[in-house]
Design a protein around this ligand. Structure first.
Ligand code: G3I
Length: 376
């Protein structure tokens, strides 16, 4: 467990950030995010792409602020499996090797993205032959065994990602679900537990506190209840936490209302005995006014309110950002701003300078309840 105070990582980050921008950024006396998280028994980490690691500023930033990484795409079926026969582990291995060299933990994302849009094309067309149930079960278990066994250092797996349709709350329709039904998810969790018995097994999804997400929240809760009924070895709910700046005149009142909705949902989840973790934190500013300083404050306000509520329970564990540097965020392409300005959804700007969202995350980590893994 890390101690407080400026350590090599923090000094490296401070020096590097100063060098990059000509002014001190995260001062060497500022506790790193992973130190703040560790002080309350949790880890702070970030998603990274293999290509990002070629930038020395990124390598230093991750090493200074994080003690856990997750692959943004490199451990997904579409990246690992160009076809039914071949495997493509090079990029995931690169990220795992970087984490190992820098003493960083590794999250696994994801053993099964149970979503038709992110299922490899060849799997949509795959012929499972005369015994499709056995063939589908074999393909799924072989995949999970191969991947989970290759990365025994993974402390926490997103075993299943986004299986619940956000509009209906029902299980999504995929090639596996058409053959195995919901047993698809059971097989995934049982195989993960057998292959990685010490890892935290997570159901990961993007429901959060929006009014339009009530059906999604209900559907996820019903799935978690069925997991308990069917003794499925799922330990935690992964809350992706892709947030948005709230537009409109009464944003403050709206924020307070959403916090109440969110508090009630989280209690229902933890009352079922699940831990929580924040797996893909970022705050889209697509609906915010153009001035960067204004947007940065609104992003920080939403991010802080969400994390304060989510981390107020001792069941809430690790926190990971879905990218640390604005220009590299997936949101630049996914939800471009109408005015064409680049989004500012992460903790650091394009010059690797900390933004108000970094201060907001630091404050939320400092104020958070102490995490007690798996304690009722
Ligand atoms: O690497 C190829 C490149 O060779 C090619 O030229 C280029 C254009 O086709 O595509 C590149 O792959 C892209 C990949 O990101 C790496 O940048 C894929 O097209 C693109 O679909 C992929 O998007 C990722 C997406 O998941 C789908 O895997 C995003 O970066 C990533 O942020 C996003 O992450 C998801 C989580 O896994 C689950 N929760 C939601 C989150 C956001 O959608």
């Amino acid at each position: 467990m890390r101690k407080f105070g400026p350590t090599r990582r923090a000094v490296v980050a401070g020096m590097l950030a100063a060098g990059a921008t000509g002014q001190a950024a995260v001062g060497s006396g500022t506790p790193s995010l992973q130190a703040l998280a560790a002080a309350k028994g949790r880890r702070f980490g970030a998603a990274v792409s293999a290509a990002d690691l070629s930038d020395p500023r990124m390598r230093a930033l991750l090493s200074a602020e994080c003690d856990m990484l997750v692959c943004q795409t490199e451990m997904k079926w579409r990246h690992l499996r160009p076809n039914a026969r071949d495997w493509r582990f090079g990029d995931a291995d690169r990220i795992a090797a970087f984490a190992g060299r820098h003493g960083l933990g590794l999250r696994g994302h994801t053993l099964l993205w149970h979503h038709p849009d992110y299922t490899p094309e060849w799997l949509h067309r795959h012929d499972f032959g005369r015994r499709p149930i056995a063939a589908a079960e074999t393909m799924l278990t072989d995949h999970i065994r191969m991947v989970a066994a290759r990365y025994p250092q993974v402390a926490s797996w997103d075993v299943v990602n986004e299986a619940v349709h956000h509009e209906t709350g029902n299980l999504r329709d995929t090639p596996f679900a058409r053959i195995l039904g919901e047993r698809t998810l059971h097989i995934a969790f049982y195989t993960a537990r057998a292959t990685a018995p010490g890892a935290q097994l997570v159901y990961n999804d993007y429901m959060n506190w929006g009014d339009h997400q009530e059906a999604h929240r209900r559907g996820v809760l019903r799935l978690l209840e069925r997991f308990r009924r069917d003794s499925v070895p799922c330990d935690a709910l992964g809350i992706q936490s892709h947030l948005k700046v709230l537009g409109g005149p009464n944003a403050g009142g709206e924020l307070a209302r959403r916090v109440k909705v969110w508090r009630a949902f989280l209690k229902e989840v933890t009352d079922l005995g699940y831990d929580l973790l924040v797996t893909e934190f970022d705050v889209s500013d697509e609906a915010a006014p153009g001035e960067p300083a204004v947007r940065d404050q609104l992003v920080a306000e939403v991010g802080r309110a969400f994390l304060d509520e989510t981390l107020s329970t001792r069941r809430a564990g690790d926190v990971l950002a879905w990218g640390m540097v604005d220009p590299l965020s997936w949101l630049q392409g996914f939800t471009p701003r109408p005015d064409g300005l680049p989004q500012r959804p992460t903790l650091f700007d394009g010059d690797y300078r900390p933004k108000p969202l970094r201060a907001a995350v630091a404050a939320a980590l400092a104020q958070a309840a102490r995490y007690h893994r798996g304690v009722k």
